[in-house]
Design a protein around this ligand. Structure first.
Ligand code: FES
Length: 107
């Protein structure tokens, strides 16, 4: 398991476990963090938006153009930052244990 440290929309911080080989979005959704993942990881809903702690960004796989386009689209309704990622596009690995992030606002 990979441990992920989360700051929720209510400001409360908690740790959850994510199964390596699955999408980060799945663990966030299953832990009732407010992440919905309504499109199932197809990059068409933006409900899995998170802000990754800056020092973890370089350890994540690079954003695809489709992910960047979806983030740009949700930027019309919520703040999108350089640290924004779609959690459905982050495949968990043991190496990502310790990842820190904040759940994005509802889209
Ligand atoms: S789950 Fe829909 S964009 Fe990530």
């Amino acid at each position: 398991m990979a441990r992920v440290h989360i700051k929720g929309r209510d400001g409360i911080e908690l740790d959850i476990d994510a199964l390596p080989g699955t999408a980060l979005m799945d663990a966030l959704r299953d832990a009732n963090t407010g992440v919905e993942g309504t499109c199932g990881g197809m990059m068409s809903c933006g409900t899995c938006h998170v802000y990754v702690q800056a020092d973890w960004l370089v350890r994540l796989p690079a954003k695809s153009q489709d992910e960047a386009d979806m983030l740009e689209a949700i930027g019309e309704i919520v703040p999108v930052k350089p640290t924004s990622r779609l959690s459905c596009q982050i495949a968990m690995t043991e190496e990502l244990s310790g990842l820190h992030l904040e759940i994005g606002p509802p889209t």
